[in-house]
Design a protein around this ligand. Structure first.
Ligand SMILES: C[S@@+](CC[C@H](N)C(=O)[O-])C[C@H]1O[C@@H](n2cnc3c(N)ncnc32)[C@H](O)[C@@H]1O
Length: 286
């Protein structure tokens, strides 16, 4: 039988043709639902429903997914929902505890539900430094993964005291992850941050299956009058190690607009993020 688009087996995922096509659009609006009290402590959580869509596109059920900057565990919650195995590394004990708590609740609910008999996905939360990802992988005897999906700290960005940060501070919520010197968010300046971030992804390369994907959610941002092109600079550095496949721009349409620069100069309210998509092809083919 001749191969046609209709009878070619789907090597990547289990989506219908319509779902596949819809996902390939390069922008989308996703307004995260209000966060639960425990999750609000963290300054920059991403929505698990949105991540579940990426996981469904880039993997099949039973695949393995990794998040090197786990935060409150949203990626593993999405893995649980989509029945993929997940591994996450988080530097801060307080966030790793939130991640474990969220997963324990979900696993408890699954045991009680009608679906209790189905295959249980396995979620592993590791409290550690992703700069040591190679050592941690050996220590925990972890397998190669099909997908890496994550949002790293957005540069030394959270250390700036913007208006949004002041509001959080007044509520007693974290405005930065920690004072830990190994926290990427505390890197010494932009170049140091970028170099450390890329070094982690270089260490991750052998842990990802050949032709597996990486989705990295990042933002450009304003820093003392200069616009830092973090997403673009990172993408350019990453193309030395991975194939850049494109981007999906995540727009948020329900965030407060702050009057930065009003009557003075253009200062953007940056309400979009880049979900950068890379493929782990062999180094000699890059
Ligand atoms: C943008 S947040 C991730 C939020 C996460 N996607 C969520 O939904 O909760 C980045 C996380 O990276 C963690 N982090 C910073 N440096 C790290 C490092 N060297 N190793 C592992 N985690 C680190 C921070 O503590 C923070 O929780």
């Amino acid at each position: 039988m001749p191969m046609t688009p209709a009878n070619t087996p789907n090597r990547l995922n289990e989506l219908s043709a319509q779902e596949w096509l819809r996902f390939t659009k390069t922008w989308f609006v996703h307004n995260p639902p209000p966060r639960k009290k425990q999750e609000r402590l963290h300054p920059a959580k991403y929505p698990e429903n949105m991540i579940a869509e990426f996981i469904r596109f880039f993997t099949k059920e039973g695949a393995a997914v990794f998040d090197p900057f786990l935060g409150t565990g949203s990626t593993l919650v999405a893995c649980h929902t989509t029945n993929r195995d997940g591994i996450g590394i988080e530097l801060q004990e307080k966030y790793a505890v939130i991640a474990k708590d969220r997963l324990a609740k979900l696993e408890g609910q699954l045991k009680l539900s009608k679906e209790g008999g189905k295959r249980f996905s396995k979620q592993i939360v590791i409290k550690g430094n992703s700069a040591d990802v190679d050592t941690l992988w050996k220590e925990y005897s972890l397998p190669q993964v099909d997908l890496v999906i994550t949002s790293p700290p957005y540069g030394p960005m959270l250390n700036k005291k913007g208006l949004a940060a002041k509001e959080r501070e007044e509520e007693g919520l974290d405005v930065k992850y920690s004072d830990d010197s190994t926290d990427l968010g505390n890197a010494y300046g932009y170049d140091d941050f970028l170099q450390k971030l890329v070094a982690i992804f270089v260490k991750i390369k052998p842990l990802v299956k050949e032709n597996g994907h990486l989705v990295v959610v990042l933002q450009n941002y304003m820093d003392k009058g200069n616009y830092k092109m973090l997403a673009w600079d990172f993408a350019r550095e990453m193309t030395k190690h991975y194939q850049l496949r494109g981007e999906k721009v995540w727009c948020q349409d329900n965030k407060t607009l702050f009057p930065y620069g009003y009557r003075y100069s253009f200062v953007p309210n940056v309400h979009h993020h880049y979900c950068l998509i890379f493929k782990n092809i062999r180094k000699e083919n890059i």
